[in-house]
Design a protein around this ligand. Structure first.
Ligand code: DQA
Length: 141
């Protein structure tokens, strides 16, 4: 299956950023493990610190076959535009958060994305991305 793993602002710093929350492993590193494990799937990665670039990526790939795994970082809690984009595209989107956003500050409890997403995974560490792949592989729209 073709799967796009899309990460938003500051997720390029995972591994160095607040390790007590996000751990010590970088996403680049973890995605190599994913790639080795999911050999039959076609995994694509995209990270941007820019909301518009994330929107463009969703528009470009959201009408082709496959699924999207999206960790929009802080934009989750602020971006109605990303929420609208998810509703506007055809591909199923799984929302992932490394940390358990519901056990953190109140401002992180609200997601503009979740309504349009087919599933949400929080607080599973980087393993949440693997769980999202497993979900998409069996998801029947
Ligand atoms: C995050 C949670 C967000 O609240 C935060 O702004 C992030 C990362 C997570 O993966 O746990 O940047 O999406």
């Amino acid at each position: 299956m073709k799967i796009h793993i899309v990460n938003g602002p500051n997720l390029n710093l995972v591994g160095r950023r607040e390790p007590e929350i996000y751990g010590n492993q970088s996403l680049e590193d973890y995605f190599e493990t994913l790639e080795a494990h999911y050999l039959e799937d076609e995994l694509h990665y995209f990270q941007s610190n820019h909301e518009g670039a994330l929107l463009d990526y969703l528009h470009e790939h959201g009408f082709s076959e496959g699924g999207i795994i999206l960790n929009a970082g802080a934009l989750t809690h602020t971006s109605l535009a990303l929420g609208d984009a998810i509703k506007g595209i055809e591909a199923p989107v799984v929302e992932v958060h490394i940390s358990n956003v519901y056990e953190r500050e109140k401002i992180r409890h609200h997601s503009f994305l979740e309504q349009g997403c087919v599933h949400t995974i929080v607080g599973q560490g980087l393993e949440g991305y693997a769980q999202a792949i497993e979900f998409l592989r069996t998801y029947q729209g």
